[in-house]
Ligand binder design. Structure first.
Ligand code: NDP
Length: 248
């Protein structure tokens, strides 16, 4: 089993949902967590909550779309803690709509955050992990990174990109640099993700879905991340495909 106590993590999208739950879970296991997102009030509140429970956290204002913001955030964490052992590439958004509605602003935003943002943080952290000759990168894809759903075409495209990139990254840096890569593919998780859906039909559809089944909680995903982290060093849990039991 790999000990996580004393390790340093950078978690993007830590201001809510899966990112916030992962930060709380890892901090409870002794990891110092760099909490990255744009809503600093949320990050400060989470940092205080983690400190109250005896954990260590730093709030790092970061827009993953902006390379300079990402690089500054990574520098802040390395200057404060000396290393980055874990990167949880989790920031993302999912506004749903039919393609013929041509909500191109939302398409571009998804590509910018879900794909380019993830590449930005990977590029900023990788040199540090390569220097350390160790690390563990988690990329949050989705069930939508494995199959296609109507209304989620662009989101599916971004999450398929995350799945593809995760596979390639693992092949290229696993053996060469001793860095593990885990692609997380959750089904429906009860978070604020659905609040960004501007199309009333799809909003209703997601509300109906939430009534039909018990969604996962963010803590369920956080637990699987800790499971993969604690696996012995020679074990790379390459994918975590985690669904609500009723999602099938
Ligand atoms: P939330 O909406 O709760 O969290 C999204 C996070 O992304 C927020 O912390 C937000 O922070 C952050 N974020 C968005 N844009 C940026 C940006 N430009 N720079 C930095 N951070 C940003 O949703 P979830 O917790 O559900 O989502 C987390 C990940 O899980 C996403 O990648 C999502 O696609 C994926 N996922 C979610 C599923 C679900 O059913 N909920 C299922 C499968 C995958 P802020 O706004 O403060 O910057």
């Amino acid at each position: 089993m790999t000990t996580v106590n004393g390790k340093i993590a950078l978690i993007t999208g830590a201001s809510s949902g899966i990112g916030a739950a992962t930060a709380t879970r890892l901090a409870a296991a002794g990891v110092t967590v760099g909490l990255a997102a744009r809503r600093t009030d949320r990050l400060d509140a989470l940092k205080a909550d983690i400190a109250e429970r005896g954990g260590n956290a730093l709030a790092i204002e970061m827009d993953v779309v902006e390379p300079a913001s990402v690089e500054a955030g990574v520098r802040t964490l390395v200057d404060a803690c000396g290393s980055i052992d874990i990167l949880v590439n989790n920031a993302g958004l999912m506004p749903l709509s039919d393609i013929d509605q041509l909500k191109t602003d939302e398409w571009h935003r998804m590509v910018d955050v879900n794909v380019k943002g993830l590449l930005n943080t990977t590029a900023a952290v990788l040199p540090q992990m390569i220097r350390q000759h160790s690390g563990h990168i988690f990329n949050t894809s989705s069930i939508a990174g494995r199959k296609i759903f109507k209304g989620l075409s662009v989101y599916c495209a971004t999450k398929h990109a995350v799945t593809a990139f995760s596979d390639g990254l693992r092949m290229e840096i696993g053996q060469k640099h001793n860095i593990r890569v885990t692609c997380i593919q959750p089904g429906a998780v009860a978070t604020e993700l659905y609040d960004q859906i501007t199309d009333p039909g799809y909003r209703q559809q997601m509300d109906d879905l939430a009534r039909q089944m018990t969604f996962l909680q963010s803590a369920d995903i956080a637990d699987t991340i800790l499971f993969a982290l604690q696996a012995p060093g020679h074990v790379n849990v390459a994918e975590l495909f985690v669904l609500p039991t009723e999602q099938g």
